[in-house]
Design a protein around this ligand. Sequence first.
Ligand SMILES: C[S@@+](CC[C@H](N)C(=O)[O-])C[C@H]1O[C@@H](n2cnc3c(N)ncnc32)[C@H](O)[C@@H]1O
Length: 224
Amino acid sequence: MEKIYQYIKEHATAPSKALAWVEKQTHIRTNHARMLSGSVQGQIMRMLAQTSRASRVLELGTFTGYSAICLASALPEGGHLDTLEINDELEDLILEGFERAGLDDKISLHIGDCKETLRKLRAEMGLEDGKEADPAMMYDLVYLDANKREYCEYYELIFDMVRPGGLILADNVLWDGKVCMDPLPQDKQTLEIVRFNDMVTKDRRVESVILPLRDGLNIIRKKA
Ligand SMILES: C[S@@+](CC[C@H](N)C(=O)[O-])C[C@H]1O[C@@H](n2cnc3c(N)ncnc32)[C@H](O)[C@@H]1O
Protein backbone atom coordinates (compact mmCIF):
# COMPACT_ATOMS: atom_id res chain seq x y z
CA MET A 1 0.00 0.00 0.00
CA GLU A 2 2.84 2.37 0.90
CA LYS A 3 4.40 1.74 -2.53
CA ILE A 4 1.17 2.51 -4.35
CA TYR A 5 0.66 5.68 -2.31
CA GLN A 6 4.22 6.74 -3.14
CA TYR A 7 3.50 6.12 -6.84
CA ILE A 8 0.30 8.20 -6.67
CA LYS A 9 2.20 10.97 -4.88
CA GLU A 10 4.91 11.02 -7.53
CA HIS A 11 2.33 11.23 -10.31
CA ALA A 12 0.26 14.10 -8.94
CA THR A 13 1.01 17.77 -9.59
CA ALA A 14 3.91 18.72 -7.34
CA PRO A 15 3.10 20.96 -4.35
CA SER A 16 4.01 24.65 -4.58
CA LYS A 17 7.13 26.05 -2.88
CA ALA A 18 4.95 27.50 -0.11
CA LEU A 19 3.32 24.10 0.56
CA ALA A 20 6.71 22.39 0.62
CA TRP A 21 7.82 25.03 3.15
CA VAL A 22 4.75 24.42 5.34
CA GLU A 23 5.32 20.66 5.24
CA LYS A 24 8.99 21.03 6.20
CA GLN A 25 8.26 23.50 9.01
CA THR A 26 5.50 21.23 10.32
CA HIS A 27 8.04 18.41 10.68
CA ILE A 28 10.62 20.70 12.31
CA ARG A 29 8.32 22.70 14.61
CA THR A 30 5.54 20.29 15.65
CA ASN A 31 5.27 16.71 16.89
CA HIS A 32 2.15 16.00 14.88
CA ALA A 33 3.20 16.00 11.24
CA ARG A 34 0.93 13.00 10.61
CA MET A 35 -2.02 15.43 10.92
CA LEU A 36 -1.01 17.14 7.66
CA SER A 37 -3.42 16.36 4.85
CA GLY A 38 -0.43 16.13 2.49
CA SER A 39 0.08 16.62 -1.23
CA VAL A 40 -2.33 14.00 -2.64
CA GLN A 41 -5.32 14.86 -0.46
CA GLY A 42 -4.45 18.55 -0.76
CA GLN A 43 -4.51 18.34 -4.54
CA ILE A 44 -7.84 16.47 -4.53
CA MET A 45 -9.43 19.06 -2.24
CA ARG A 46 -8.05 21.85 -4.40
CA MET A 47 -9.65 20.22 -7.45
CA LEU A 48 -12.97 19.74 -5.64
CA ALA A 49 -12.97 23.43 -4.72
CA GLN A 50 -12.00 24.42 -8.24
CA THR A 51 -14.47 22.19 -10.12
CA SER A 52 -17.34 23.14 -7.79
CA ARG A 53 -16.37 26.81 -8.36
CA ALA A 54 -16.29 27.46 -4.64
CA SER A 55 -15.87 31.10 -3.75
CA ARG A 56 -16.60 31.05 -0.01
CA VAL A 57 -14.89 28.25 1.93
CA LEU A 58 -14.86 27.37 5.65
CA GLU A 59 -12.32 25.06 7.31
CA LEU A 60 -12.50 23.62 10.84
CA GLY A 61 -8.99 22.65 12.03
CA THR A 62 -6.21 24.66 10.36
CA PHE A 63 -3.21 22.94 12.04
CA THR A 64 -0.23 24.45 10.15
CA GLY A 65 -2.29 25.70 7.20
CA TYR A 66 -1.50 23.07 4.55
CA SER A 67 -5.10 22.28 3.54
CA ALA A 68 -6.10 25.95 3.91
CA ILE A 69 -3.47 26.89 1.29
CA CYS A 70 -4.65 24.08 -1.01
CA LEU A 71 -8.27 25.21 -0.76
CA ALA A 72 -7.57 28.95 -0.95
CA SER A 73 -5.36 28.51 -4.02
CA ALA A 74 -8.49 27.34 -5.89
CA LEU A 75 -10.48 30.48 -5.07
CA PRO A 76 -11.43 32.92 -7.80
CA GLU A 77 -10.82 36.69 -7.58
CA GLY A 78 -12.82 37.98 -4.60
CA GLY A 79 -13.11 34.48 -3.05
CA HIS A 80 -12.48 33.96 0.67
CA LEU A 81 -11.59 31.21 3.14
CA ASP A 82 -12.30 31.28 6.89
CA THR A 83 -10.15 28.79 8.79
CA LEU A 84 -10.61 27.93 12.49
CA GLU A 85 -7.88 26.70 14.86
CA ILE A 86 -7.75 26.35 18.65
CA ASN A 87 -3.97 26.17 19.09
CA ASP A 88 -2.62 29.73 19.24
CA GLU A 89 1.00 28.46 19.30
CA LEU A 90 0.59 27.66 15.60
CA GLU A 91 -0.48 31.18 14.64
CA ASP A 92 2.93 32.55 13.49
CA LEU A 93 3.70 29.48 11.38
CA ILE A 94 0.22 29.49 9.81
CA LEU A 95 0.36 33.19 8.93
CA GLU A 96 3.86 32.95 7.45
CA GLY A 97 2.71 30.07 5.24
CA PHE A 98 -0.28 32.08 4.00
CA GLU A 99 2.01 35.01 3.19
CA ARG A 100 4.54 32.80 1.37
CA ALA A 101 1.67 31.36 -0.68
CA GLY A 102 0.54 34.91 -1.55
CA LEU A 103 -2.87 34.10 -0.09
CA ASP A 104 -2.93 36.19 3.10
CA ASP A 105 -5.52 38.58 1.65
CA LYS A 106 -7.85 35.65 0.82
CA ILE A 107 -7.69 33.84 4.17
CA SER A 108 -8.94 34.81 7.64
CA LEU A 109 -7.51 32.77 10.50
CA HIS A 110 -9.82 32.59 13.54
CA ILE A 111 -7.99 31.42 16.66
CA GLY A 112 -10.24 29.87 19.34
CA ASP A 113 -12.59 26.97 19.89
CA CYS A 114 -14.30 26.38 16.55
CA LYS A 115 -17.76 25.94 18.08
CA GLU A 116 -17.50 29.43 19.60
CA THR A 117 -16.19 30.88 16.33
CA LEU A 118 -18.95 29.14 14.41
CA ARG A 119 -21.55 30.73 16.67
CA LYS A 120 -20.03 34.16 15.92
CA LEU A 121 -19.96 33.47 12.18
CA ARG A 122 -23.56 32.22 12.37
CA ALA A 123 -24.60 35.42 14.12
CA GLU A 124 -22.86 37.49 11.41
CA MET A 125 -24.86 35.55 8.81
CA GLY A 126 -28.06 36.34 10.73
CA LEU A 127 -28.62 32.69 11.65
CA GLU A 128 -28.79 32.89 15.42
CA ASP A 129 -32.30 34.38 15.51
CA GLY A 130 -33.83 31.41 13.71
CA LYS A 131 -33.69 33.33 10.44
CA GLU A 132 -32.27 32.07 7.17
CA ALA A 133 -28.72 32.97 6.19
CA ASP A 134 -27.96 35.80 3.81
CA PRO A 135 -27.38 33.82 0.55
CA ALA A 136 -24.37 36.01 -0.31
CA MET A 137 -22.68 34.90 2.93
CA MET A 138 -23.33 31.16 2.63
CA TYR A 139 -20.37 28.83 2.12
CA ASP A 140 -19.86 26.81 -1.06
CA LEU A 141 -17.56 24.32 0.62
CA VAL A 142 -16.90 23.38 4.26
CA TYR A 143 -14.01 21.15 5.34
CA LEU A 144 -14.38 19.40 8.74
CA ASP A 145 -11.00 18.44 10.22
CA ALA A 146 -10.97 19.59 13.88
CA ASN A 147 -11.91 17.54 16.98
CA LYS A 148 -13.14 14.10 15.91
CA ARG A 149 -15.25 13.85 19.09
CA GLU A 150 -17.39 16.76 17.88
CA TYR A 151 -18.13 15.93 14.23
CA CYS A 152 -21.91 15.60 14.71
CA GLU A 153 -22.09 18.95 16.49
CA TYR A 154 -20.03 20.59 13.73
CA TYR A 155 -22.38 19.14 11.12
CA GLU A 156 -25.42 20.57 12.90
CA LEU A 157 -23.74 23.97 13.31
CA ILE A 158 -22.53 24.33 9.73
CA PHE A 159 -25.41 22.74 7.83
CA ASP A 160 -27.48 25.87 7.25
CA MET A 161 -24.31 27.90 6.59
CA VAL A 162 -23.78 25.86 3.39
CA ARG A 163 -25.57 26.86 0.21
CA PRO A 164 -27.87 24.33 -1.46
CA GLY A 165 -25.67 22.34 -3.87
CA GLY A 166 -22.59 23.08 -1.71
CA LEU A 167 -20.05 20.53 -0.47
CA ILE A 168 -19.11 19.37 3.02
CA LEU A 169 -15.87 17.37 3.23
CA ALA A 170 -15.14 15.44 6.43
CA ASP A 171 -11.68 14.00 7.03
CA ASN A 172 -10.55 10.89 8.95
CA VAL A 173 -13.94 9.18 8.67
CA LEU A 174 -12.38 5.68 8.48
CA TRP A 175 -10.32 6.38 11.62
CA ASP A 176 -7.58 3.89 10.81
CA GLY A 177 -10.21 1.24 9.94
CA LYS A 178 -11.64 1.29 13.47
CA VAL A 179 -15.11 2.30 12.22
CA CYS A 180 -15.71 -1.20 10.85
CA MET A 181 -13.95 -3.30 13.49
CA ASP A 182 -15.91 -6.01 15.25
CA PRO A 183 -16.14 -5.52 18.17
CA LEU A 184 -16.15 -1.76 17.73
CA PRO A 185 -13.48 0.01 19.84
CA GLN A 186 -15.25 2.04 22.53
CA ASP A 187 -13.06 5.17 22.49
CA LYS A 188 -14.90 8.47 22.04
CA GLN A 189 -13.38 9.33 18.65
CA THR A 190 -14.33 6.01 17.04
CA LEU A 191 -17.87 6.12 18.46
CA GLU A 192 -18.39 9.71 17.31
CA ILE A 193 -17.08 9.09 13.79
CA VAL A 194 -19.32 6.01 13.47
CA ARG A 195 -22.27 8.13 14.67
CA PHE A 196 -21.32 10.87 12.20
CA ASN A 197 -21.04 8.55 9.18
CA ASP A 198 -24.39 6.89 10.09
CA MET A 199 -26.05 10.28 10.55
CA VAL A 200 -24.84 11.49 7.14
CA THR A 201 -25.96 8.27 5.41
CA LYS A 202 -29.46 8.67 6.87
CA ASP A 203 -29.69 12.40 6.13
CA ARG A 204 -32.06 12.77 3.16
CA ARG A 205 -30.98 16.39 2.63
CA VAL A 206 -27.60 15.21 1.29
CA GLU A 207 -25.92 12.68 -0.95
CA SER A 208 -22.53 11.32 0.10
CA VAL A 209 -19.69 8.93 -0.58
CA ILE A 210 -16.60 8.02 1.44
CA LEU A 211 -13.41 8.19 -0.59
CA PRO A 212 -10.84 5.67 0.77
CA LEU A 213 -8.16 8.35 0.60
CA ARG A 214 -5.60 8.31 3.45
CA ASP A 215 -7.82 8.03 6.54
CA GLY A 216 -11.09 8.41 4.61
CA LEU A 217 -12.70 11.55 3.21
CA ASN A 218 -16.50 11.78 3.33
CA ILE A 219 -17.72 13.87 0.40
CA ILE A 220 -21.17 15.20 1.21
CA ARG A 221 -23.26 17.31 -1.17
CA LYS A 222 -26.19 19.31 0.14
CA LYS A 223 -29.03 18.73 -2.29
CA ALA A 224 -30.12 21.82 -4.23
C1 LIG B 1 -6.00 17.05 11.77
S1 LIG B 1 -5.51 18.64 12.24
C2 LIG B 1 -5.96 19.64 10.85
C3 LIG B 1 -5.06 19.39 9.67
C4 LIG B 1 -5.20 20.43 8.57
N1 LIG B 1 -6.56 20.60 8.16
C5 LIG B 1 -4.37 19.99 7.38
O1 LIG B 1 -4.92 19.26 6.56
O2 LIG B 1 -3.21 20.34 7.30
C6 LIG B 1 -6.74 19.08 13.41
C7 LIG B 1 -6.58 20.48 13.97
O3 LIG B 1 -7.79 20.82 14.65
C8 LIG B 1 -7.49 21.60 15.77
N2 LIG B 1 -8.61 21.53 16.72
C9 LIG B 1 -8.93 20.50 17.55
N3 LIG B 1 -10.02 20.84 18.28
C10 LIG B 1 -10.39 22.08 17.89
C11 LIG B 1 -11.41 22.97 18.29
N4 LIG B 1 -12.29 22.62 19.23
N5 LIG B 1 -11.49 24.18 17.69
C12 LIG B 1 -10.60 24.54 16.72
N6 LIG B 1 -9.59 23.73 16.31
C13 LIG B 1 -9.49 22.53 16.88
C14 LIG B 1 -6.19 20.97 16.31
O4 LIG B 1 -5.50 21.88 17.14
C15 LIG B 1 -5.46 20.61 15.02
O5 LIG B 1 -4.55 21.63 14.66
